[in-house]
Design a protein around this ligand. Structure first.
Ligand code: GLC
Length: 366
């Protein structure tokens, strides 16, 4: 899984191993970015090895891993009371062709953080955000931080902007590419326009943590990030915690706000030699007690409705999944490359939209 910066996962694994005699679970820490960890798992699966029994899985990996036959069907293992407690959209994100392949653990949705000491009413539209950001930024404080590096995080940011303009990317069921639109050009143009005006030029190198650190240190008015930031800032307490508000993503006049759904859960490899033991761990780690521990120490929000802080519930319940297609990783890679080229001024917004559309169409035509 992700690097275990807080040590919470090591503690949970140790707790499991000491209370469940049998083959011990061993934690393997991978790189930070979801895309890179997906590559690690894919390489292992392609070698048909049983190097990983348990997969800590981003929702966007499910279609590919399940379609390739790499994951065990967990449908019959899910308890009825858990099915009722877990957010429906998170269960859906773990399904492929009607079967459950991932036990949800944590949910995620993009939110807009703002400084309540600087911003009276959170903005609802792109224009309001730009206006307030410009008015409240100073030499030491930028207006708006987001994740602009060429990786999956950029896609999650871009989708919120694209949906906010009324555009779309790929339709999962028809596999149609919907990107070639005026709205998509507007979305790329808007994001590009933030760079050097309300967002620092370095935003094209930022991932989640870089933006959180800057925001937490008072160096920005607005931040687009996930709910974990809220927990981490509030845990520290103090002035900063008292001055942070959360709002849904902004949108164009006449359109509406949509967050990108994120989230993590546990799947079991079909090549595992001991799937029952693997399930014992999954079952253990997704109980409220363990989830609460991760929530407190790492900030992640459990996907159990009974554990979701009220302020995030409406945003999470209406968040939208990224396309559930087996080619997701490749489609995302295409989009990332073209977006990054546009954001760094190597191509125009129109060229980026056309180029990404053409390549995605090639990828999905069958
Ligand atoms: C968060 C989300 C995940 C997303 C990733 C992008 O971890 O939970 O779904 O893919 O961010 O950086």
């Amino acid at each position: 899984m992700e690097p275990d910066g807080t040590g919470v996962w090591r503690d949970l694994v140790a707790k499991f191993n000491s209370s469940h005699p049998g083959a011990p679970v061993r934690l393997i820490e991978g790189p930070t970015a979801t895309d890179t960890r997906e590559d690690m798992y894919s390489t292992a699966f392609l070698a048909r090895g049983s190097s990983y029994d348990i997969v800590y899985c981003d929702g966007i990996w499910i279609a590919k891993f399940a379609a390739a036959g790499w994951l065990a069907d967990l449908t019959a293992r899910l308890r009825e009371d858990d099915r009722r407690d877990i957010l429906p959209v998170e269960l859906q994100a773990g399904e492929y062709e009607g079967k459950l392949y991932r036990m949800p653990a944590f949910t995620d949705a993009g939110v807009l953080y703002y400084r309540t000491d600087l911003v009276k009413e959170p903005p609802e539209t792109f224009e309001e955000l730009t206006r307030i950001a410009r008015a409240s930024q100073t030499g030491e404080r930028w207006g708006y931080l987001w994740q602009g590096q060429q990786y999956e995080g950029l896609v999650t940011v871009f989708l919120e902007v694209l949906w906010g303009f009324g555009g779309d990317w790929i339709d999962s069921s028809s596999r149609k590419v919907l990107l070639d639109s005026r709205e998509a050009v507007e979305a790329v143009t808007w994001l590009k326009g933030t760079i050097g005006t309300i967002s620092p030029p370095a935003v094209t190198t930022y991932t989640e943590e870089a933006t959180r650190n800057n925001f937490q240190n008072g160096r920005a008015v607005f931040l687009r990030n996930w709910p974990y930031v809220w927990t981490l800032i509030n845990r520290r307490g103090g002035e900063m915690a008292a001055n942070i508000g959360v709002a849904p993503p902004v949108h164009a006049e006449g359109e509406w706000s949509t967050s990108t759904l994120g989230g993590w859960g546990f799947a079991i490899s079909r090549f595992s030699r001991d799937p029952d033991r693997a399930w014992q761990f999954v079952e253990f780690v997704t109980r409220p007690q363990q989830l609460r521990e991760v929530q407190q120490r790492q900030g992640r929000i459990p996907s159990r409705r009974s554990m979701i802080p009220g302020r995030f519930l409406p945003i999470l319940e209406s968040a939208r999944m990224r396309p559930a297609i087996p080619e997701y990783a490749q489609a995302s890679d295409i989009l990332q490359r073209w977006l990054s080229a546009a954001l760094t001024g190597r191509v125009t917004a129109e060229e980026a939209v056309k180029g990404a559309t053409r390549e995605t169409w090639q990828l999905l035509k069958t």
